[in-house]
Design a protein around this ligand. Structure first.
Ligand code: SF4
Length: 319
């Protein structure tokens, strides 16, 4: 089976606090998954579960403490220090489309600059044709967007434009971190449908990072549920979301958390007291909230067990 991206036992440890009260926090703990060409794979969980840290490492914004990222069959460690995410065909889309563009610059400047940096067009006409072709993939045209500032677009249009910008360099993998959480509910499905269409028409792989299980179910083939740095359940969306085995997935299905619109990508890790306490647990990180908790859960981290092709990290299941 061809793998577009492989994340292997990825671990990232952050050191937090002052000199006198230093603590080490494992934000991603032996995280492993893969994405096939033309596949939408979802990484889901509430805020502070480690999904954004995973994305940052894949994009080259953070260095892992250990583990490997293999994209296009090449180990990331070999290309360390370069802007690999662009050169190797990985692009990203973020939560806030208004934060992606400077309000004082016309949006088309970003497109022309990208084409210039990647030496993709020799003349302005050629550049316009390429931009128009890419905008049409997201349902827009060059004439609709030329010379306009970000404030002249709606949130939905601007998110489409940021997707087009990401597609301009013809990547084979898109990392989309909460791409619909700041878009009106009415436009949410149109963006999600756009992802579906793109993967079918272009063989694009997509890592869809979200707290929204409804769109995850609609758009993706496979899903991994993260909790405090661990993947606790992974398998087909059908199995994981319709017959969840892990107590945390069961809880998540009943009380879907909201993404924090104020939360932006930053190098600082800020956690609530509860999140901090859960990260520091020795055994299962979910033991403090699990209705099925056993003595063993507080002492031993459960192993990954395969149950009907679904990976589950829980002492309730035996391999
Ligand atoms: Fe609950 Fe124990 Fe399973 Fe953790 S390992 S989810 S505490 S039953």
């Amino acid at each position: 089976m061809e793998k577009l991206l492989e994340v292997k036992t990825l671990t990232k440890v952050f050191t937090m606090g002052s000199i006198l009260s230093r603590v080490r926090l494992t934000a991603t703990d032996n995280v492993s998954f893969f994405i096939k060409p033309g596949e939408i794979f979802t990484l889901a969980g509430e805020s502070g579960c480690g999904k954004t840290t995973t994305a940052k490492i894949i994009l080259g914004f953070e260095e892992p403490t250990s583990g490997a990222i293999i994209h296009n069959g090449k180990d990331r460690a070999e290309t360390k220090g370069k802007k690999v995410w662009q050169e190797e065909g990985i692009q990203a889309i973020f939560q806030d489309p208004f934060g992606t563009f400077n309000p004082l610059r016309v949006v088309d400047r970003y497109f022309f600059e990208t084409l210039q940096n990647f030496k993709m067009a020799k003349t302005k006409r050629e550049a316009i044709d390429l931009i128009d072709e890419t905008l049409q993939l997201v349902g827009l045209t060059y004439d609709e967007f030329a010379g306009k500032y970000p404030s002249e677009f709606s949130g939905g249009q601007l998110q489409r434009i940021s997707i087009a910008r990401a597609l301009l360099t013809k990547p084979n993998l898109l990392i989309a971190d909460e791409p619909v959480s700041m878009v009106d509910a009415s436009l949410r499905m149109s963006i999600v449908n756009l992802f579906k269409r793109l993967k079918e028409e272009t063989d694009l792989g997509l890592l869809y990072i979200t707290h929204d299980l409804a769109t995850a179910y609609y758009v993706s083939e496979r899903i991994a549920i993260m909790f405090r740095g661990n993947i606790v359940e992974m398998g087909s969306v059908e199995q994981v979301l319709m017959s969840p085995r892990h107590p945390y997935t069961q809880l998540l299905r009943e009380s879907i958390p909201e993404a924090d619109p104020k939360k932006r990508w930053s190098s600082a890790i800020t956690l609530s007291e509860l999140e901090h306490e859960e990260y520091m647990r020795t055994g299962c990180k979910f033991a403090g909230r699990c209705p099925h908790v056993m003595e063993k859960c507080k002492l031993e981290m459960p192993a990954d067990v395969l149950v009907d092709n679904t990976l589950v990290k829980c002492h309730l299941y035996k391999g």
